[in-house]
Design a protein around this ligand. Structure first.
Ligand code: SF4
Ligand code: SF4
Length: 298
């Protein structure tokens, strides 16, 4: 199974719309949404959840009131003001540092696993999908992203899938690093704005650092053709293939409102652009043991 991860270096470039469109066309693929902080691929693909798992991303302190003598030491040593005057731990404030556990003279404080989020196996109209959600205020260190990818890879193996299509998180921090390690190909989605180009460069630097082959897709390329030319020159100088250019079309918004991938609106020009993009991807990334595919869904 070959793994394609779609990233952007920043939010708002249309990364998820492009992933959603590719999901409708990609042959024999498992889908994964690794944007666990603010997942939105599910808004386009409307997954039917088949199985739900709890994700524990850290520890939280718990005070055993039967052992506590209310000496106040824990409140004095907690730098996060996470312990109330009635000696209860506020989960949202506790950072799980363990200082109170080590300092409590009565050994009244222990650590519990913290429920930080959930992850799901779902069915969508374009194949099976693994996705997740971090609970509000929980830190995204990339562990849940790693969990989603691991589960998606196992599912892909079980289902004998040819591809794993991953919607990566925005930015270039730990969650993105967790989403791209060991991938076969990256598609960096950018748009012709100064900030998007800067973020694309950071994403490409990251890909280079981890030695992962990277390609580029320019979304809304027609909004600033001069800057689009700048992106193409930048990529050409570095031997980075620009696999597709997608026009700006207000139907992307219509599709989001309707909970559909833009391909499903059957706009001929857009469909052709995405088919072209997919064909280019499949040329670079043919399914294992198979001739390069022509990009049509089986
Ligand atoms: S340090 Fe231990 S004994 Fe003292 S108030 Fe805190 S929990 Fe209770
Ligand atoms: S584990 Fe750390 S943050 Fe949490 S209550 Fe104890 S001292 Fe405070």
């Amino acid at each position: 199974m070959k793994e394609l991860v779609v990233i952007s270096g920043k939010g708002g470039t249309g990364k998820t719309s492009i992933t959603g469109a590719l999901a409708t066309l990609m042959p024999n693929a498992i889908l994964a949404d690794c944007d666990v902080d603010a997942p939105d691929l599910h808004l386009l693909l409307n997954p039917d959840i088949q199985k739900k798992e709890t994700f524990s991303g850290g520890k939280v302190a718990r005070i055993d009131k039967t052992k506590c003598n209310e000496c106040n030491v824990c409140r004095q040593v907690c730098r996060f003001d996470a312990i109330t005057t009635s000696f209860a731990v506020e989960d949202m404030s506790c950072e799980g540092c363990g200082v109170c556990v080590w300092n409590c003279p009565e050994k009244a404080i222990s650590f519990e696993n913290r429920n930080s989020g959930e992850w799901y196996f779902s069915k969508t109209r374009f194949g099976e999908m693994v996705h997740a959600r971090l609970f509000p205020g929980e830190e995204n260190s990339g562990k849940l992203v790693t969990q989603v990818r691991k589960a998606a890879r196992e599912l892909g193996k079980e289902k004998n899938a040819d591809y794993l299509l991953v919607d990566g998180p925005p930015g270039v921090g730990c969650p993105v690093i967790s989403s791209i390690g060991g991938a076969d190909l990256l598609l960096v989605v950018t748009e012709p704005t100064r900030s998007a180009i800067h973020d694309m460069q950071r994403a490409l630097d990251l890909a280079k650092h981890f030695n992962i082959p990277a390609t580029v897709c320019i979304n809304k390329y027609d909004l600033n053709k001069e800057m689009t030319g700048e992106i193409e020159s930048y990529c050409a100088d570095r031997n980075l293939p620009v696999l597709g250019k997608i026009v700006f079309d207000k139907e992307f918004i219509t599709a989001q409102i309707q909970g559909k991938a833009v391909i499903e609106l059957d706009i001929p020009g857009l469909k052709t652009s995405f088919q072209f993009l997919l064909n280019k991807i499949l040329e670079i990334l043919p399914a294992e043991g198979k001739e390069p595919l022509d990009g049509t869904r089986k």
